[in-house]
Design a protein around this ligand. Structure first.
Ligand code: PLP
Length: 435
């Protein structure tokens, strides 16, 4: 530590100029308190803050950095692309190549459109679902995040299967009146909602492995019912794989469920994060008949000045090529699993209640003795204890999400030594936690 805290100086400057000092709320450390770390640079599994302090990074830009920071093949592809121009507003070969890669890796997708953020992809997918079905209503689940489009900033109203209430000022209730919010993993509520609204439902959007309420899997019976009810009522099953796509497996969470439910496929897929490899890039895709409803072929309008950006597509393509190398997901999964197992064992050795789960390079852990199944349960986490854990790890050079409702991410650059160092740091912190 230098004598001057440059993170604090930068935060003080930032707060005068940028609301809360940050350009995305969770970065501000409001939930956990303290001063956000201003990142100076990153390499591999680490980043360095404005004081020159190194951290083992378990956020990885909230998922995109699956190869770790500054992977040589990705850096080379980006440098080469930059020399050829930043943006043209005209089609390029690289967009075709990226579309080919995505469609090859995700069999439920026949056609794809590239956009610049997960929010944009989710919002556009909803418009397309409504346009393609001629219906108004959408179903989402409490605790799933699909970006900050108005119609999706909704929490459950009071009572069963009622329409939601806006979770943000500036969203009029009329704008969310067609959004039905249900409890995750609750088959009864799901069935009741389709009984009441089935013929009006355009799509059901879900995070198949939810990473915005820490880490909660959709149970197999629940996912099976989602699929059956959508098919039965002519609604589109839209998988929000912005976080899970190319993260939990090469084929995304849908490939995980396809192994558990024979013939399983979603109708639409929303992607982001890993497909851009750290550049602003996202996508949504579906079967041909649905995608052909989009402008310029169909009546559903959607557009973007920077969509399919040549530098972003170079970064995404290079990333997708690396993750297809043999053994990539086997190694990543094993490293991630060893972290979760190590943390849980260290907690138990110190008498701290903990459990955890992971899939591919995504993980979550809880101060519970069994894995939670929905948002309400996740939110019963003891906040002060989580905050003590967060700051204890941060002080020891380990950076996890500064909020208890966020998943964590391991990259291919994390070594067995990084995991061992993390577990050792955690064990020291666990000694001081209430039990
Ligand atoms: C991150 C995320 C989004 C939003 O993506 P942005 O690029 O931040 O707009 C949407 N859905 C899920 C599941 C996400 O994790």
């Amino acid at each position: 530590m230098t004598s001057v805290d440059r993170n604090q100086l930068l935060f003080d400057r930032a707060k005068l100029l940028i609301p809360g000092g940050v350009n995305s709320p969770v970065r501000a450390f409001r939930a956990v308190g303290g001063t956000p770390r201003f990142v100076q640079r990153a390499q591999g599994a680490y980043f360095w803050d404005a004081n020159g302090q190194r951290y083992i990074d378990y956020i990885g830009s909230w998922g995109p950095m699956i190869l770790g920071h500054g992977h040589p093949a990705v850096v080379e592809a980006v440098q080469k692309a930059v020399l050829e121009g930043f943006s043209y507003g005209a089609p390029t070969e690289r967009e075709v190549e990226l579309a080919e890669e995505i469609i090859k890796l995700v069999p439920s997708i026949d056609m794809v459109r590239l956009v610049s953020s997960g929010t944009e992809a989710g919002m556009s997918a909803i418009r397309l679902a409504r346009g393609a079905t001629g219906r108004k209503k959408i179903i989402k689940f409490e605790g799933c995040y699909h970006g900050h489009a108005d119609a999706l900033l909704v929490k459950a109203g009071s009572g069963l299967a009622t329409f939601g209430n806006p979770t943000s000022a500036g969203v009029p209730p009329e704008v969310v009146q067609h959004t039905i919010v249900l409890e995750y993993n609750n088959v009864e509520q799901l069935e009741a909602a389709f009984v009441e609204h089935g013929p009006e439902v355009a799509c059901l959007m879900i995070e198949p492995i939810a990473g915005n309420m820490n880490f909660v899997r959709a149970s197999v019976p629940f996912m099976k019912r989602c699929r059956e009810l959508c098919t039965q009522h002519g609604a589109l099953l839209a998988f929000d794989e912005v976080m899970t796509g190319f993260r939990v497996a090469l084929g995304g969470a849908q490939s995980v469920y396809a192994k558990l439910i024979p013939g399983f496929e979603p109708d639409m897929t929303v992607m982001g994060k890993v497909i851009g490899g750290g550049m602003p890039l996202a996508a949504f895709g579906a079967k041909r008949a649905v995608m052909e409803q989009l402008a310029p072929l169909g009546g559903v309008y959607q557009a973007g000045t920077l969509s399919g950006n040549p530098v972003a597509t170079a970064c995404g393509l290079a990333t997708l090529r690396e993750i297809q190398k043999p053994g990539f997901y086997e190694n990543l999964s094993a490293t991630t699993r060893s972290l979760v197992d190590g943390l849980t064992a260290a907690a138990h050795a110190e008498g701290v209640t903990m459990c955890g789960d992971s899939q591919g390079g995504m993980f979550g852990f809880f101060l519970f003795d069994e894995l939670p199944q929905n948002y309400a349960k996740v939110m019963t986490t003891d906040g002060p204890t989580f905050n003590q854990l967060f700051h204890g790890l941060l002080d020891r050079g380990v950076y996890i999400a500064p909020a208890l409702y966020e998943a964590g991410f391991v990259s291919a650059a994390h070594t067995a030594q990084d995991i061992a160092d993390t577990v050792a740091a955690a064990r020291e912190v666990f000694k001081g936690l209430p039990r």
